[in-house]
Design a protein around this ligand. Structure first.
Ligand SMILES: Nc1ncnc2c1ncn2[C@@H]1O[C@H](COP(=O)(O)OP(=O)(O)OP(=O)(O)O)[C@@H](O)[C@H]1O
Length: 790
């Protein structure tokens, strides 16, 4: 078994020729019992050339099957691939390996035996499976899935094997029916009746069509396949590959099938009887969510079948409804993805114990518009087909990328197409998917075939985790006749699904759950759960909010304290600076006052200057007077006690009293004088201050005036200069005038006419009046220029 080393589509184009694209090869492995992750199983089937193709020289050796697992693709002449490789872009030869390759000679039985059987076992053992065929149009996809009446494909063989497995243990009740995606429900007898009538109607219609088609020879698949299969194909139980009916014990089985197609992104039920009436427009079905993340087709018709013949009739009926539209490449080309789904209900004691699903999907052709020369409606179809295939490719690439790079979790666009939405569960651990790639060997479709091969190279790198036991959610939830759930496995393994889904997808509101079909108590439970979740979420949010608020409060407090500190420091600094400034100002004032006091003192000294002799004499006088005063004071104070002095100076008493009075008066006068002097000093000081102020003002104004004066001086200097210049010019002119006068005088002395002119205008007029001859000549003289002018 080789290892998976395939490169993604983008990279593989640039690989060197000798590099191989490989995939896991496990043809013989029974994967049903393996719980280990596996890469997706991808088979290749190469169909034989048709006569027309050989005639058209389509065989150019494009596809060379090297061995059971490897194939080489050689770009033929005229293909875009060859042209690109000639330009140095890409290469002309590509190698691919597959789980197993089936050449043109491989028949349907071989294919079934080697491919689908393991998944068949899964299905019969209660696990889900998906098989889809992929390839360009006309590559043999439908042939592989359905086959022909002579050569039945995988689907009839699966059905045959299933009925063989069920044997006689079929549940005949028809009152247990699949419900939603993985559940089952009990039906009322009325509902059972209804089911039967629907089935009969389909079979009646199929019978008519069968007759019609048989006569025209156009039927691809008919009930004759059933008889062919029954006679030629051994059942699984016969080959011992799956559990036999005996092993199933007392369990009974019910097989329900549905057949639908996805056409232009709309889901249509292929088992709707009304479809046979061609005038009626088909009703598109909705893809809903069952509440556990599984998509299902709402209102899809499920038919309970009991044998292969019934299954074949349904297939025939459904095929007729398929949107088979002619294209240039294949007149019977299917333009839709058709899905045939089987649901096997394992019933014990009248209740469903297990439900498994097996879907076979026949994808529409993967061709591109330019090849098919599609127009109008066909172009729209091609767009939708290619889009859903593109989304499938995207999903598979994203799955592979997420799996190869554990750190990566890119969005997987399952919800972007109906096809991938329905297949999603198979890629998320809820079932196994395998792919059968169909190719033709035609040179004309080489480029498309190469694209398909590259896609499959990516697909087979997708890892699937297949559980050993059936998954819990696959076990059914039984819904009673009243619509209430009868049993439910509480364990919902959403983890696997969530790991594949992005948050975006989980919150996708478009993904509507079909609540109308849910029983009431389940809805109540859902509401309760949601309420509990909401409460828990609110609580968590509240705690989170409180924590955030606390954090914010702490941060703000810290910030406030820091700013408070800063402000206190700033205030201290300001206080200090102001204090300093104040002290400086105070010192300045002190100095100024001192200076002023000194100046005042000096001025006073000058004013009150007294010569030294006078001052000494005066001082002596004052001293004498002071002595006398003190004597007198002694005398006056001791009048009563000192009788001796009284007696000795009795005669001088009256004179002393006078003297004392005088001295007292003198003293008072001196004190008054001192006081006056003091007042004078004060007033002088005041006056001095005023004068200083005035002086300052005068000085300021003086300075101002000086500067003005200076400016005026400069201006006047300039004016003086200009005046001087003018004067000089006048002087020069005067001199010129005087010289001219002198010259004139000289000339007048020489010529009398000139002198006469000098006499003035009045004298001239007078002279003209007195002398008519002269006046005429003067007139003549005045006229002359005028005449000359004319
Ligand atoms: N393995 C095969 N052996 C013989 N004939 C085959 C084989 N595979 C396909 N064919 C024939 O090739 C033709 C085209 O096959 P088929 O209709 O299955 O192609 P397809 O891929 O389903 O095309 P589309 O996508 O348009 O539906 C049919 O006539 C079919 O019988």
């Amino acid at each position: 078994m080789s290892t998976a080393t395939d490169l993604p589509i983008e990279n593989s184009v640039q690989q060197p020729d000798d590099m191989e694209l490989t995939c896991n090869t496990a043809p013989e492995q029974d994967v049903s019992s393996v719980a280990e992750p596996q890469t997706m199983t991808v088979y290749l089937r190469v169909r034989p050339f048709s006569k027309e193709e050989l005639r058209d020289n389509e065989d150019q050796g494009c596809v060379v099957i090297e061995n059971g697992q490897m194939v080489t693709l050689n770009a033929p002449k005229g293909s875009a691939t060859l042209k690109s490789s000639e330009k140095g872009i890409g290469m002309s030869l590509h190698k691919f390996t597959f789980t197993q390759i089936f050449g043109p000679e491989a028949n349907q039985a071989e294919l079934f035996e080697s491919t689908v059987k393991s998944q068949m076992s899964d299905f019969l053992d209660g696990r889900n499976s998906l098989i889809f065929s992929y390839g360009v149009t006309n590559a043999g996809k439908t042939f592989t899935i359905q086959g022909s009446p002579k050569d039945p494909g995988i689907l009839p063989r699966v059905l045959h094997a299933t009925f063989s497995h069920m044997g006689h243990n079929q549940y005949e009740g028809m009152d247990l029916k699949p419900y939603l995606r993985n559940d089952a429900q009990y039906l009322h007898p009325d509902q059972v009746k209804q089911e039967r009538s629907v089935k009969d109607a389909i079979f009646a219609s199929a019978k008519e069509d069968g007759e019609c088609l048989r006569t025209s020879g156009g039927s691809e698949f008919s009930s004759c396949s059933a008889s062919r299969l029954s006679s030629s194909v051994p059942s699984c139980s016969q080959t011992g590959e799956t559990s036999s009916p005996a092993e199933a014990g007392s369990s009974q089985f019910a097989l329900w099938v549905a057949f639908f197609e996805i056409y232009n992104e709309c889901v249509y039920d292929l088992l709707q009887p009304s479809l046979c009436a061609k005038t009626k427009k088909r009703a598109a079905l909705r893809v809903c969510d069952d509440g556990a993340g599984n998509a299902y087709v709402k209102d899809l018709r499920w038919i309970n079948i009991h044998n292969l013949a019934e299954a074949c009739k349904l297939l025939q009926f459904g095929n007729k409804n398929r949107s088979a539209a002619a294209t240039k490449m294949n007149q019977s080309s299917s333009r839709s993805h058709s899905i045939f789904t089987m649901k096997l209900l394992k019933i014990d004691d009248g209740s469903v114990k297990q439900i498994s699903e097996l879907s076979l999907c026949d994808l529409a052709g993967s061709e591109r518009c330019n090849k098919t020369k599609t127009m109008g409606e066909r172009l729209k179809e091609a767009g939708n087909i290619n889009n859903s295939l593109l989304i499938l490719g995207k999903c598979i690439t994203a799955l592979r990328n997420n799996q190869t790079d554990g750190m990566k979790s890119s969005y997987i666009p399952f919800r972007e197409s109906k096809l991938t939405k329905l297949f999603q569960t198979f890629f998320c651990g809820k079932g196994r998917a395998s792919m059968i790639v169909n190719i033709n060997q035609c040179a004309s479709t080489y480029d498309e075939t190469l694209h398909v091969m590259k896609f499959s190279a990516v697909a087979k790198q997708v890892v699937q985790v297949i559980p050993e036991k059936p998954l819990e959610p696959l076990a059914p939830c039984l819904v009673g006749r009243d619509g209430k759930a009868l049993a439910r496995n509480a364990m919902m393994d959403n983890r696997a699904l969530e790991s594949c889904l992005s948050e975006e997808e989980l919150l996708d509101e478009e993904d509507e759950a079909d609540v109308t079909v849910m029983p009431q108590n389940e809805l109540v439970n859902i509401i309760e759960n949601l309420r509990a979740k909401l409460l828990a979420e609110r609580r968590r949010n509240l705690v989170q909010e409180m924590e955030i608020r606390k954090e914010m409060g702490d941060a703000m407090l810290q910030q406030l304290m820091e700013s408070e500190d800063l402000r206190t420091r700033q205030i201290e600094e300001l206080k200090e600076s102001y204090q300093e400034k104040l002290e400086n100002t105070f010192e300045m004032y002190k100095e100024a006052i001192k200076e002023h006091a000194y100046q005042s003192a000096m001025n006073n000294l000058e004013d009150n200057y007294v010569p030294l002799d006078e001052f000494t004499a005066e001082q002596d006088k004052v001293e004498a007077l002071r002595r006398r005063v003190s004597e007198l004071e002694i005398l006056t104070s001791g009048t009563g006690g000192v009788s001796a002095v009284d007696q000795s100076s009795q005669s001088h008493q009256s004179g002393g009293e006078d003297r004392c009075k005088w001295l007292y008066k003198e003293k008072c006068a001196l004190e008054k004088m001192c006081e006056d002097k003091q007042q004078l000093i004060l007033s002088l000081e005041k006056r001095l201050m005023e004068l200083s102020g005035t002086l300052q003002t005068v000085r300021d104004s003086f300075l101002e005036k000086s500067s003005e004066l200076e400016a005026l001086q400069i201006k006047s200097n300039a004016q003086t200069k200009s005046m001087e210049e003018l004067l000089q010019r006048d002087l020069a002119r005067d001199m010129e005038v005087s010289s001219l006068k002198a010259e004139l005088a000289k000339l007048s002395q020489k010529s009398p006419v000139q002198a006469k002119t000098k006499r003035g205008l009045l004298a001239n007029i007078r002279e003209a009046v007195t002398s008519p001859r002269k006046a005429t000549s003067a007139r003549t003289l005045r006229k002359t220029p005028r005449t000359g002018h004319h």
